[in-house]
Design a protein around this ligand. Structure first.
Ligand code: IMP
Length: 211
């Protein structure tokens, strides 16, 4: 089975590919960036918008991921604005000195300065569009807290400042395999694949019993 990944985010492509490949699923990367207006108010809406935009262009089963960091003491921000939090007026714009990820991290740390409630969670919603009117969603979350100083060089995005619950290391200090086991994206993807597996055995049962 071929699945098109509806993203240009290298971090997401890396993670989704390494989880799908061992299952015999060939991952197709989009040749060109499709500009998707992510005007949804939820991860689910945005995942759908991305899956639909890429599906329309390539017409093969398409997997989209919309994800982000949710911090309750910041009214749920960065949330659906996670990738461009640095540029939002809310909380004040953050200059990009090196990378956008770096600016996002600096803004979160600035807004949490002196706060004791540093709870946070990552959330991912994946949308697999099989046909234009046939699609599935699955959701995964990873609970944790925001540390005071970034640590680690694995992963991407907010990983250096996110310490998953029950871990002493930040997400960026975990190996890729360790991250996949506990991450929001790993959980969402496994749920989706398990459901598909169950559908497959359900569909093949009557055929097998007829022979
Ligand atoms: P999206 O491409 O609109 O879904 O934005 C996702 C953004 O959320 C990324 O650019 C990161 O800033 C953040 N994010 C999502 N998943 C992760 C993760 O696994 N680690 C760190 N940051 C993440």
């Amino acid at each position: 089975m071929d699945i098109l990944l509806a993203t240009q985010n290298r971090g997401k492509i890396r993670e989704l590919t390494r989880m799908l490949k061992p299952l015999g699923i060939s991952v197709v990367e989009p040749e060109e960036d499709i500009k998707v207006e992510e005007y949804g108010n939820s991860f689910m809406e945005n995942a759908y918008l991305k899956a639909m935009a890429y599906y329309k262009k390539y017409c093969i089963p398409t997997l989209a991921d919309d994800s982000g960091l949710v911090i309750p003491s910041l009214d749920g921000y960065p949330g659906v604005f996670s990738s461009r939090f640095y540029a939002l007026d809310w909380g004040g714009k953050e200059p990009v000195k090196t990378t956008k990820d770096q600016a996002n991290i600096s803004k979160v740390l600035r807004l949490l300065e002196g706060r004791s409630d540093r709870r946070a969670h990552f959330k991912a919603v994946v949308c697999l569009m099989i046909e234009e009117d046939l699609y599935l969603f699955a959701e995964g979350t990873c609970q944790g807290e925001i540390v005071e100083t970034p640590r680690g060089s694995e992963g991407f995005g907010y990983d250096p400042i996110f310490k998953p619950l029950g871990q002493e290391r930040t997400m960026a200090e975990l190996s890729p395999e360790e991250k996949d086991l506990i991450s929001h994206r790993g959980k969402a993807l496994r749920k989706l694949l398990e459901f598909l597996k169950e559908c497959k055995s359900f569909i093949s049962y009557p055929r097998a019993s007829m022979s």
